[in-house]
Each structure stands twice: as C-alpha cells, then as structure tokens.
Design a protein around this ligand. Structure first.
Ligand SMILES: *[C@@H]1O[C@H](CO)[C@@H](O)[C@H](O)[C@H]1NC(C)=O
Ligand SMILES: *[C@@H]1O[C@H](CO)[C@@H](O)[C@H](O)[C@H]1NC(C)=O
Ligand SMILES: *[C@@H]1O[C@H](CO)[C@@H](O)[C@H](O)[C@H]1NC(C)=O
Ligand SMILES: *[C@@H]1O[C@H](CO)[C@@H](O)[C@H](O)[C@H]1NC(C)=O
Length: 578
C-alpha cells in the first residue's frame, strides 16, 4: 500500500515540477505532508458522515469536496483504500438519446477530463472504460457528468472513476441502480413562496393547455420521511404543489416527484425523479428592493458574444442576469466571473435538459420573481435598440429600464413585446472584432417574431408558455411597442464560421441530422440553405435588404474609446492593457 502511495506521489510531483517548481526533493516532502493532511481531514468527514448517514444530506455543504484537480492528485490514496473512500457518489442516472447524464452528490469542477465512465456487462461480464464527455457543477450540492451511451450489451448503469484509478471489477447485481428514462422523469423543482414548481417529463398533456390539477399530487422524500401534497396548477411539464409545512424550515434536500391520479381516483406510483429542493431555501429571504429589469437567457457555447451583450444591455438598464447554460464547453464560466468582478450581476445555472426551453424559461421566471419586477427573455445575439431616441437626440442610457418602469405601477400590462429585425452577414467574411452591433449593418426589411419582457408576478400559476409567450393571469394584457420606438436587432445570420457553429450545434442537438431540421419548416432554419454545412458562395450578401447603421452609430458614439476607438468588449484592447 505504501509503495503504491509513494509511487503515485512521485509521479504527481514530477508533473508539477514541469510547471513551476525546480526542487523535487523538497517538494516531495511537502507533498507528502499535504497529502497526509488532506487524507486525515477527508477521513474525518468520511467517518462522521457515515455515522449520521440518515441526515447526511444536510451535512453535504460541509462535505464540499475540493476541486477536481486536488482530488485527482490524491488518486493514489483512494486507490490504496480499495474504493472504500469514493468521493464520487453517483446519485442518479438519466438516459438521453445520445448520452447518459450522471448526477453526483459531490461537488466537482467543470471540465471533467479526469473522469472516466465505467460500464459493466458485455459477453463475459467485462468492464469497459470510456472517457467522460463533460462535467459541471449542477446546484449547490450536486454535479453532473455526461457519459457516452453504454455499448451494446453493457448496462446503462454507468459508474464513474478518476482516470488512472484501478478499475473496479464487476459490480454486484444489488449495486445496479435504475437508470431513469428521459421520457419519464421529474427533472427540476424550484420553490415559489408557499408552493413548489416541479418540472416533469412523461405526463400526457394537451399541448399549450392548462390541465386539471386535481389529477396530480407531489411527493416529497427525504431519506426517512415522505409527504404528499395536492397540486394547485398544472400545464405542459409543470406541476405546482403546496409546499409541506415541515419542509419550509427544514434545511434539507428533498426529492420531489409527481403522482398522477387516474379518473377513478386511484394514485399511480410516483414518477421517477431527480428533482430536488432545498427546504429552507426561501424561508429566510429578507425582502429587499427588487431590480427593475432582469434578463433570462439560455445559451450554448456563446461565451465570445456574452460581454458585448451584457455591457450594452446593462447600459440600457438591465441589472441582473440569469444565464441558463446548456452544456457549454467553452470558457463561459471565466467570462461570467470576469463580468461579476466588474460589478455586473450575472449567475450561471446549469441546465443539462434537452429540448426544454419553455421549462427553462418558466424555471427562470420563478427564480427571478423575488428579485425582479420585469424579466426579459432574449438570446445572446439579440440587442434592443431605440430608433426614435436616437433620431430625437434623447439619451438611450437606461431607456429599457425606464420604459418598463413606466408600466410597473399600472398593473395591467404584464408583457411588453418588441419586434425583431434579422441581420445578415452584411458583406463580412470574418468575425467583426468590434462586436456584432458594429459589424453587422444589413438586415431584412420586414420584422419577424417578437421578444417579450414580462412581469413574473403576473404569470398564470401553471406558468403556461410557448417559447417567448407566457400566459398572463386573467385581466392582465400585453403591450406591443411600435417599431419606431423600439426594435430588437437579431444578429441571426452572421459570418459563415459563426453561423455554421450554431447550426452544427443544432445537429448535435439530438435531432438526427441537419436534413431533418430542414423539413421542420421552422422559422429557425436558414431559408435556401442546402443540406450540408458548406458555405454558399453568396453567403455574405444574403439576408441583406436594408442597410441600417442605427445601432452601430449609437454604440460607436457611446462606447468607443475617444482616442483609440476601441470598444470595451474588444479583445485586442484587453491584450494591450495586460
Ligand atoms: C449481445 O448479447 C446477445 C445475446 O445475449 C448476443 O447474441 C450478442 O452477440 C451480443 N452482442 C455483442 C456485441 O456482444
Ligand atoms: C440545448 O442544446 C441542445 C443542442 O444544442 C438542444 O437540442 C436543446 O434543445 C437545448 N436545450 C434547450 C433547453 O434549449
Ligand atoms: C445581485 O442581485 C442580488 C439580488 O437580486 C443581490 O442579492 C446580490 O447582492 C447582487 N450581487 C451583486 C454582486 O450585486
Ligand atoms: C416613460 O414615461 C415618461 C412619462 O410619461 C415619458 O416621458 C417617457 O418617455 C417614458 N419612457 C419611455 C421609455 O417610454
């Protein structure tokens, strides 16, 4: 055991030495000490959590395990304990069409290249190891890791290990955990006042209609207790239930699932669920002044565009940002940290659920309700712009927040709609270094679709919505802004490289392939585009009917550095300053 330990340690030291340190001898002593300390600290947690395992959920915060890199440097320690000390506790598995999502009750960092997926099965009960696809934090207590689908004849009940660890052989049948089918599972839950909103796949519903809540109940479980409460509202994938009294002040994680009551009044067993709520989450919220205007968005690998979008809209008056991150593997986290360090208020929420944009928006609306009077739902390539403000020389700063605040006290308007102009590549062939607002200036003549800013307090309690359309409570209406007052510039067809990435993602979207997308007649596809990701010769001249430099001029006169002409989101400038 000691030998293996020594061995692992030395290897580690050599790696580090490469990076910074010259003195291996000195270091190996230091590392030995550090490793031993870590080991005893972790052993202590391990033992104490074991003893009170019934309530181990509530201990989870103190069990917060250090970052992945630290853990993996201790892999030799774990190995020498023959897996008795696994920091990787897989709590749930969800089978998606093209991967298995593992939910861990362990905090690990993003990246996850050090994690491998372990499959059992095959012809002769073999064990197979494949690299994981990605890992990320999930909520305060859990992480997610994505694994490739199990090969033929292997069980989908995938395990995880640090790469380099000895692979544990065949697991006992009793260890075989059920893998939830993505078609039928509770996947998220969020507390909203005295109720909880549960998001669930697999309830048969009339699309875009409210359902009768008397057919549903929610079931709340800790390790030891179970509560069942009545649903108050239901629609689409949402069921809203009463929050059990005892849950309100109980600082524990509860698993929440949905029970369907059949027309004869019989309950079916609760649907499987990975959704969890933390009991005391909202109970101690002190009422503070709300932000006037917040934004919810869902994105995937759009980190390079985030900075311009947030800086510009903050100037228009947006105070708080909720970013729902759909499996990005770019440096979105670093971008957000940088923005937060500059006093923008941005939070990232990992949303690993596919084809659930409506649910994501509903989830965000509930979260934003306590913090924001108004919430805008628009994408990272969409920019609000006030044409008349500009033509009449009115300041555009805070124009968006003052516009919505004009309706805050009124109470009859719950949604403000703004039409979108789609911009084309505008003759460009390379990504514009000054950002999209300055780079793209040619658009289609007629607006299409609209974007909405809503008041979360005025939504129907079922949160019924169709992408970008929320249903409001009785008696609450919407307002459509005139095109001359405000529009959304949608940089929809950018230079080929950017556009291609967006569409390839959609292919990776578990739609079978690009061609299938073509058949959907969806407004999302590019008209006239072939079936392959090959740049049409005239791409840079397409979607160009009207030259419109309004937003470009506004941005240049308000954001560009007087001397250098640089814009605050421009990369070159950052490099020069560094
Ligand atoms: C999978 O299992 C079936 C039946 O047990 C067997 O006929 C088949 O050859 C196996 N396939 C592979 C790829 O091992
Ligand atoms: C996340 O991205 C995938 C592929 O990019 C897409 O299919 C899926 O619908 C997205 N999820 C949501 C909630 O938008
Ligand atoms: C962000 O906003 C929330 C309230 O919405 C507030 O509690 C928090 O302090 C803000 N953070 C920063 C850095 O301003
Ligand atoms: C808001 O209302 C004020 C007073 O009625 C008006 O002067 C102002 O133009 C309005 N702001 C916007 C952005 O519509």
């Amino acid at each position: 055991m000691m030998l293996e330990y020594e061995h692992g340690k030395k290897r580690k030291v050599r790696n580090r030495q490469h990076q910074h340190q010259p003195k291996a001898q000195f270091l190996s002593l230091r590392y030995l000490t550090i490793c031993l300390c870590c080991f005893f600290v972790l052993l202590f947690f391990f033992l104490s959590s074991d003893r009170i395992s019934v309530r181990s959920d509530s201990l989870r915060p103190s069990l917060r395990v250090p970052a992945l890199s630290v853990l993996s440097s201790m892999d030799s320690i774990q190995r020498s304990f023959h897996g008795r000390f696994p920091p990787l506790r897989v709590e749930d598995r969800v089978q998606f069409p093209d991967h298995v999502l593992l939910i861990l009750s362990t905090i690990i960092g993003r990246g996850g290249k050090e994690l491998v997926c372990v499959y059992h099965g095959g012809r002769k009960e073999e064990t197979l190891v494949l690299p994981s696809i990605s890992s990320d934090e999930f909520d305060e207590f859990r992480s997610v890791v994505r694994c490739p689908n199990a090969p033929l004849n292997y069980s989908s009940s995938v395990d995880l290990q640090f790469s380099g660890d000895l692979v544990k052989k065949k697991k006992k049948m009793s260890d075989e955990k059920k893998v939830h089918d993505w078609a039928k599972v509770g996947y998220e839950a969020v507390i909203d006042g005295d109720t909880v909103v549960v998001f669930v796949k697999g309830l048969t519903r009339r699309p875009h209609k409210e359902s009768d809540p008397s057919y549903y109940k929610c079931q709340f479980e800790t390790g030891v207790e179970v509560f069942v409460t009545q649903a108050l509202a239901a629609a689409q994938e949402v069921v809203r239930c009463v929050l059990p009294e005892s849950l309100k002040l109980n600082p524990e994680m509860f698993r929440v699932s949905v029970i369907h009551i059949d027309p004869r009044g019989r309950s079916t067993p609760a649907l499987p669920s990975v959704a969890r709520v933390y009991g005391s989450e909202k109970s101690s919220v002190v009422k503070v002044k709300k932000h006037e205007l917040c934004v919810c968005t869902m994105l995937w690998n759009q980190a390079p565009f985030l900075r311009e979008w947030i800086m510009y809209h903050s100037w228009l008056g947006v105070e708080r940002w909720f970013i729902y991150d759909n499996n990005s593997d770019d440096d979105i986290q670093e971008e957000i940290e940088l923005l937060n360090s500059e006093n923008y208020n941005v939070s990232r929420h990992v949303w690993p659920w596919i084809k659930t944009q409506e649910a994501g928006f509903s989830h965000c609306a509930v979260r934003a309700k306590d913090e924001c009077n108004w919430v805008g739902f628009f994408d990272v390539d969409e920019f609000y712009y006030f044409p008349t403000h500009r033509s009449q020389g009115l300041p555009s700063k805070n124009a968006l927040s003052s516009l919505v605040s004009n309706y805050t006290s009124w109470g009859l308007v719950g949604e403000i709609r703004t039409e979108c102009h789609s911009y084309g590549p505008s003759g460009l062939t390379t990504v514009p270094s000054q950002g999209v607002t300055v780079g793209y200036t040619c658009r289609q003549a007629n607006p299409e679709r609209h974007k909405s800013i809503i008041r979360p307090e005025m939504l129907t309690s079922s949160l019924l919505n169709e992408v970008h359309h929320f249903q409001m409570r009785e008696g609450v209406g919407h307002m459509s802004l005139l095109e001359s007052v405000a529009v959304v510039n949608h940089y929809k067809y950018q230079v080929w490289d950017t556009f291609k990435a967006k569409f390839q993602r959609r292919v990776a979207t578990y739609v079978v392939d690009w061609r299938e997308n073509q058949n959907q007649g969806s407004k999302d596809r590019a008209p006239g585009l072939g079936t392959e990701a090959i740049e049409p010769v005239d791409w840079n001249r397409r979607f160009c009917e009207v030259w419109d430099t309004g937003l470009k001029d506004l941005v240049l006169s308000n954001f560009a550095d007087q001397v250098t002409g640089y814009l605050p989101w421009q990369r070159q400038q950052q490099l020069q300053q560094d």
